[in-house]
Design a protein around this ligand. Structure first.
Ligand code: DX5
Ligand code: ZN
Length: 223
C-alpha cells in the first residue's frame, strides 16, 4: 500500500482556515488530520464542533480525527456526525476501549487507538484485530512543533509484528515531529500514515512539501 500523508491542521493559520484547507484539497495529501484537545487529557485546548464543522465543509478529502480528550465515548457519535471518516481516541483516556471501538464502527467509520509515547504496544494485543488504525504518538500529545522521540522506530517495528501475527488490517500512523529527514526512516520501519503539522504548514511551499513527503520511495532508502 502506498503511504498516506495527513497534514495536521493544528499548525495552520486559523485566520485563513478556508485557504489552508483548500491548499490541502489541491495537494497530494489524501487525509486531513484534526487534533481535538480538551485541556484535561492534554494540557492544551484546541477547538470543538463549530470549528470542526467549518473545516469539514471546506475539506474535500478524508477527515482523520484525533481525539485527545477524556471519556471520548461521550462524543464519538457527534464526531462521526460532523464528518469524521476515521476516529482515533487514546487508550489512556477511557476504561472501555473495546466498547468505544464498537461505537465508532456502528457509525460506519474507521476506528483507531492512539498511544502516548510511554504506552506499550503490547496493551493492544487483545484488540488489535478489531482496529483499523493505531496512532503512535512520537511526541507527548498537546502541542505541535515538538521534537520527535527516537524510540518510535522500535515501537513501529514491534507493532508491525503484532499486526502481522494477528492478521490485523490496522494501519500504523505516526504523529508528532515528522519531517523530511525522519519520514523515509519511519516508512521503512513500517509506518503507513504520516501526520505532519509544522513541517507542512510552516514550510515556504506547503504543496511542494506534501508532494516531497508523498513521493518518498521506501525501496530506495539505504540507511
Ligand atoms: C500533537 C498532535 C499532532 C500535532 C503534530 O498533540 O496530535 O497531530 O499537530 O504537529 P507537528 O507535526 O508539528 O509535530
Ligand atoms: Zn494528532
Amino acid at each position: 500500500m502506498a503511504h498516506i500523508i495527513a497534514p495536521s491542521i493544528l499548525a495552520a493559520d486559523f485566520g485563513r482556515i478556508n485557504e489552508e484547507v483548500e491548499m490541502v484539497n489541491q495537494s497530494e495529501a489524501k487525509w486531513l488530520h484534526i487534533d481535538v484537545m480538551d485541556g484535561r487529557f492534554v494540557p492544551n485546548i484546541s477547538f470543538g464542533f463549530p470549528v470542526l464543522k467549518a473545516i469539514n465543509a471546506a475539506n474535500s478529502g478524508f477527515l482523520d480525527t484525533h481525539l485527545m480528550i477524556e471519556e471520548p465515548e461521550k462524543y464519538i457519535d457527534q464526531f462521526a456526525d460532523y464528518g469524521s471518516d476515521c476516529i482515533t481516541f487514546h487508550l489512556e483516556a477511557t476504561r472501555h476501549a473495546h466498547r468505544a471501538i464498537q461505537q465508532i464502527k456502528a457509525k460506519g467509520k474507521m476506528a483507531g487507538i492512539a498511544l502516548n509515547p510511554h504506552t506499550s504496544i503490547h496493551l493492544l494485543a487483545d484488540i488489535i484485530a478489531e482496529l483499523d488504525l493505531v496512532c503512535l504518538m512520537s511526541v507527548n500529545p498537546g502541542f505541535g512543533g515538538q521534537k520527535f522521540i527516537e524510540q518510535t522506530y522500535s515501537k513501529i517495528k514491534a507493532l508491525k509484528m503484532l499486526i502481522k501475527q494477528q492478521n490485523s488490517k490496522a494501519l500504523i500512523e505516526i504523529d508528532g515531529g515528522v519531517n523530511l529527514e525522519n519520514a523515509p526512516l519511519l516508512l521503512k520501519a513500517g509506518a503507513d500514515v504520516l501526520v505532519a503539522g509544522s513541517t507542512v504548514f510552516k514550510s515556504e511551499n506547503p504543496i511542494a512539501t506534501i508532494s516531497a513527503l508523498n513521493s518518498i520511495q521506501i525501496n530506495t532508502i539505504t540507511s
